[in-house]
Design a protein around this ligand. Structure first.
Ligand SMILES: Nc1ncnc2c1ncn2[C@@H]1O[C@H](COP(=O)(O)OP(=O)(O)O)[C@@H](O)[C@H]1O
Ligand SMILES: [Mg+2]
Length: 297
């Protein structure tokens, strides 16, 4: 193992020609304080989860738990089922014809796929932020107020809007323009507005599917800072193709890949899951090591 993994060794910032693991190792020191090996409070418990689109099994045999107030990152090559799995956490897959989940996916011990569960209520408690900021064609104010109104929340709306925009680190930039169209904002501001809209309905969990993929580095840094702040109050699960981002923001990392079966069909699988520092510095699985060191073919 390289001396760069020694916490007392000099930082690996000078050699920019290095990629993958060495860079990530330096970034880890700016990341979140280390988490215990085992999860203290479980929010999601997945046991042998399989997800299908019609006959196609996109995700196979996932067993894992998601910890409360942790940031969990899903990483892995494109097409290995990260988005599919993330969407199953708040029943967003219900909206895709033919999509089906098998196995147990429990939220605080309740199977969220049980027949009596209302998927709308599930999505209020478990919000989602997508790659492209999907702001509504409404004012900045109305974007945030929309969910609470639809849900009939009895609140002082002005206070709630201010509070959510403040928590989303956007208030100072928009407080004089609340009546302006959300479309007038930059991409990074729109993504923070989407996060403000998401937290306005008081969710417990925020799912984020590559939330920075369409943003520039400065906007990305703001969203990453925001995620770390929000983790005090929310449980966050993020899909990212950016390993540096996973190393910077997450407490725990899950590495997925796709296995090819005898018929040549690819099925997404969870290869390894653990505290982010362990995954990036001492993975147990050779496939994780290959991926994080950039040797993945
Ligand atoms: N709506 C869909 N209908 C059918 N197949 C899908 C759908 N969405 C994704 N898939 C397939 O499921 C597999 C996993 O996709 P996805 O979850 O998007 O992977 P990732 O997010 O890791 O790139 C891929 O083979 C993809 O083509
Ligand atoms: Mg995806």
């Amino acid at each position: 193992m390289s001396e760069l993994h020694d916490p007392n060794a000099p930082q690996a910032t000078s050699d920019l020609s290095n990629t993958g693991r060495m860079d990530v190792s330096a970034v880890l020191d700016e990341g979140r304080a280390s988490v215990p090996d085992s999860i203290r409070e479980v929010v999601f418990n997945l046991d042998d989860v399989h997800i299908f689109y019609g006959d196609f099994e996109a995700v196979s045999d996932v067993t894992m738990q998601i910890g409360k107030n942790e940031i969990t990152a899903f990483i892995g090559p494109s097409g290995c089922g990260k988005s599919t799995l993330l969407r199953s956490f708040n029943r967003m897959n219900d909206l895709i014809p033919g999509a089906r989940v098998e196995g147990l996916l429990a939220y605080h011990g309740f199977n969220i796929y049980a027949p009596e569960v209302d998927p709308i209520e599930v999505r209020r408690r478990i919000g989602m932020v997508f790659q492209k900021p999907n702001v509504f064609p409404k004012s900045i104010y109305e974007n945030v107020a929309y969910g609470p109104k639809v849900n009939g929340m009895k609140v002082n709306m002005d206070d709630l809007v201010e509070d959510c925009l403040t928590r989303a680190a956007l208030w100072d930039e928009v407080k004089d323009d609340l009546k302006k169209s959300a479309y007038a904002l930059s991409g990074g501001q729109q993504q923070r507005l989407v996060i403000a809209r998401c937290i306005a309905v008081k969710p417990e969990v925020i799912l984020m599917d590559e939330p920075c993929a369409s943003l520039d580095p400065i906007a990305t840094a703001k969203i990453e800072d925001l995620m770390k702040e929000l983790a005090a109050d929310y449980t966050i699960v993020i899909v990212t193709h950016n390993m540096q981002q996973a190393a910077r923001v997450s407490d725990r990392t899950a590495f997925f890949t796709a296995d090819v079966d005898a018929k040549g069909v690819r099925h997404g699988r969870l290869v390894e899951y653990g505290p982010t520092r362990s995954i990036f510095t001492a993975p147990n699985e050779p496939r994780t090591e290959d991926y994080i060191s950039g040797r993945f073919g």
